[in-house]
Ligand binder design. Structure first.
Ligand code: CP
Ligand code: NVA
Length: 302
């Protein structure tokens, strides 16, 4: 593994290696065992979109690994004034040991990887959010003891979270049902990946997707960059694409709930369900730290 660009690039074995190392790093942190595996290394963190979890967990994680993380606002880089990605990649490769980037277009992340010669980590694009899904898989395995055979139901927009969850879960031998409105389906690359797989089921009906699920997942109706579509999306999603008590009743007893956050309570998830499953949801947030430390060690350790 040279980069983490999208879930489609990872093998099942690579995912298992990341999750195993994440569990080990979580144990070491909990027991005060120092693990300075990236001492002397620098990670650049380019952000063209807002972030709470990604920024802080990468920064704290790099510190815990003995390295340094630099916050680079995309608005302040020369890239924002037209410096080509291929030149930025070659310059940053001379200073840094790795780059984490959160941006809009997946192609920008792929181009950084193509033109630079240091590991690139995708911290979210419109297409994918692999760091989040690795933390989700870690959390599900932690709570359920295994992944294979479990059924995950995703109810919401066919966005970066849907795309990454579908691919990540199918690679891990899970079953996935997705309920998305017409016109808001997962991206074609992902539908192509899942095509013909009996473990994947796409519908417009949330209740149908939730039947017998072990994990229910949702995300915001309008993602970052879709602020202009907020009102239109409210009309499409409201009342139909929400994790609520009715949806939970259709799932398996003891079904867990995951949300990458930030949540819009009262929209894609009710206050009641969110608070009843807060432990699992904040475990998921915490696991961003451990999963990303594992990714950084695997990509940046000498
Ligand atoms: N889940 C997630 O990526 O959160 P941030 O947008 O706060 O980084
Ligand atoms: N789909 C959301 C995820 C945020 C972590 C977005 O892209 O804004």
């Amino acid at each position: 593994m040279k980069h983490l660009l999208k879930m489609l690039d990872l093998s099942k074995e690579e995912i298992v290696d990341i999750l195993d190392l994440a569990d080990k790093l979580k144990y070491q942190r909990a027991h005060g065992v120092p693990h300075p595996r990236l001492a002397g290394k620098s990670l650049g963190m380019v952000f063209a979109k807002a972030s709470t979890r990604t920024r802080i967990s990468f920064e704290a994680g790099m510190f815990q690994l003995g390295g340094q993380a630099l916050f680079l606002s995309a608005a302040d880089l020369q890239m924002n004034r037209g410096e080509p990605v291929e030149d930025t990649a070659r310059v940053l490769s001379r200073y840094l040991d790795g780059i984490m980037i959160r941006t809009f277009n997946q192609q920008e992340v792929e181009d950084l990887a193509k033109h630079g010669d240091i590991p690139i980590i995708n911290g979210l694009t419109d297409f994918s959010h692999p760091c989040q899904v690795l933390a989700d898989l870690m959390t599900i395995r932690e709570h359920k003891g295994l992944l294979e055979g479990l059924k995950l139901c995703y109810v919401c927009d066919g966005n970066n979270m849907a795309n990454s969850l579908i691919v990540g879960c199918l690679k891990m031998g899970m079953r996935v049902s997705a309920a998305c409105p017409v016109g808001y389906e997962p991206w074609l690359e992902v539908q192509d990946f899942a095509k013909g797989n009996p473990d994947f089921f796409l519908t417009t009906e949330a209740l149908e997707a939730a039947a017998g699920a072990d994990i229910l997942v949702t995300d915001v109706w309008a993602s970052m960059g879709q602020e202009d579509e907020k009102n239109k999306r409210q009309q499409v999603f409201a009342g139909k694409y929400q994790i609520n008590s009715e949806l939970l009743a259709a799932a398996n007893p003891n079904a867990m709930v995951q949300h990458c956050l930030p949540a819009h309570k009262g929209e894609e998830i009710t206050h009641e369900v969110f608070e009843a499953h807060a432990k699992e949801i904040f475990d998921e947030s915490e696991n961003r730290l451990h999963a990303q430390k594992a990714v950084m060690v695997m990509l940046l350790e000498s």
